[in-house]
Design a protein around this ligand. Sequence first.
Ligand SMILES: [Zn+2]
Length: 474
Amino acid sequence: MPKSILIKNPFCCAPMNSDRPSNGRIKTFTGGYIYIENGIIKSIGKDSFDCKADIEIDASRMLVLPGFINTHHHLFQTLTRNIFSTQETPLFDWLLTNYEIWRELTAEGTYISAKLGIAELLKSGCTTTSDHLYLFPKSSNSHLIDEEIKAAKEMGIRFQPTRGSMSLGKSVGGLPPEDVIQSESEIMQDIKRLIKLYHNDSFGAMIRISLAPCSPFSVTPELMRETVQFSDEYNLQIHTHLAETLEEQEFCLKNYGIRPFELIKNFGWARANVWLAHAIYLNDEEINEIGDTGMGISHCPSSNMRLGSGIARIHEMIDAGANVSLAVDGSASNDSSNMLIELRNALLLSHLRSRENWLTVDDILWMATRGGAAVLGRDDIGQIAPGKCADINLISIDRLEYSGGQHDPLAAIIFSVSMNPVDWVIVNGKVVVAEGKLKDIEEPSLIQKHQRISNQMVKDAEQRTGKQLTRPRL
Ligand SMILES: [Zn+2]
């Protein structure tokens, strides 16, 4: 592995290495250099750098940014994108159809789907991802998180998987079928095993475990309480879906007599080491409480549009002091793992709200970098600063799509859509994407294996249920 990388003369670099000024605008610089050694950013200078490095990248026509951080995903769902029978359904119906296919998830499927989703993330400038794998079919090997970790290590992305879980089956009032849920003791046993095997809480960790019971309608109160207690013991971040749809709110009111946020508060979840995916249906009081406690939010605009869930009140959450990040969510509700598209959708979706709640380019870039780091409980990533991890992406501005917009390169990458997102991606001081191509990955064979597994899962589900899930041939 090359030990040093020199990024020379950037056209525009937004290091995100200081607090945002009061006017909210992100500071940038032009020219100079960024020098990386042994995975760490060693120095940033305004003048030229005299010494040689193992790899030198001419960034004179490039935008240089900290790698993006994706805080919520379900990588296994790359296997069930745009399934015909889920294309016109909101969350609960979408889940009920997908459970039938996800029951077929295997260890190999988990591994290959993680590789494919991570490839998409890397190619769109994402250097750290979380993942929320909550489905452990009884027919499958329960060591599925291990498969994802293996894939992440091979792909070179920084990975913060959450050990997801579902314990509230249909027979006791939950949404998921019994054969994809686990008992609390099985779940806690696997969590302990994973912590022992993989968890690293030191600076620059490439693998760090978090915990994530799935949602109010698929998890028992006991598991929620046990999770928060366990997180204290090991100093872990914890995560769940919350306030995603009105159906979920109705479920909570009907079954517990309280709103979703009140419910998790009762479980002891209103605290700084918690981050919530979606958080759409929150009132003013709840938003203020999230801000006061320093909780984190994963904003998933594509998924929220795709499932017709609603628009999260991100501007108010930022004002309240919450840590807000961006996330692609699962590839069955997006149906993509492209971080740059998520930046764009977050901006555009906010413009459907009243004018005072629009998000700016600066808000979006902050959410995708520093916001993501804060949500994952990290201060070693999300910025280009001496002593921080060398996670950087470089985007050429000389593209058809950006021409005419180069006067504001930060805005160009968000307002305009590039057909080939990024040029170089560095994770932990290692080049993983060079000149727009993934290093060491044969994309055609990965696609072939992935599609074969997807076809088989859908076919098996169709045979088992007797329902046509794919588009009927007319
Ligand atoms: Zn999700």
